[in-house]
Design a protein around this ligand. Sequence first.
Ligand code: FES
Length: 168
Amino acid sequence: MAPTNLQTQAPVDLAAADAVIDSYQADKSWLVMILQDIQEAYNYLPQPVLEHVAVRLALTPSHVYRVATFYASFSLTRRGRHLILICDGTACHLRGAENLQEELTRRLGVAPGQTTADGLFTLETVACLGACALAPVMMIDGTYFGKLTSEKIVAALERFAAKEAPDA
Ligand code: FES
């Protein structure tokens, strides 16, 4: 059941949220766009920010929460800087997706739905990535990795981790 009163948790800098809200003149009819831009700024929708959005747009917190939970593209939990989607649909499953998912879990130290301690990667499973001919498939930040193997997983993780290196 959706909470009717969003509790403030860890302190969150609201400046980025205010900048987004201001760019839409705090117009509540732009709520979905505002939440999209805020998610882009924070990489997810922190609860204190949702509460702040409600105050700024003169909406109830439960209304903002309902909208934030209605769209699958919104995340209310902290996400890593890179989102890994490993497909577990039928075509991918038949071609060994389960073992590849285990490989990802082992290498990242997180189960699907979790984010690595360094905040670099979030791992999710999906029912189909729409590229069954390339099964097994994973996607990182919108980039497809088809006919996936353990070697391709290692190379992809190294490539995305390298992007975060100080002199990358
Ligand atoms: S089942 Fe994996 S991409 Fe369709």
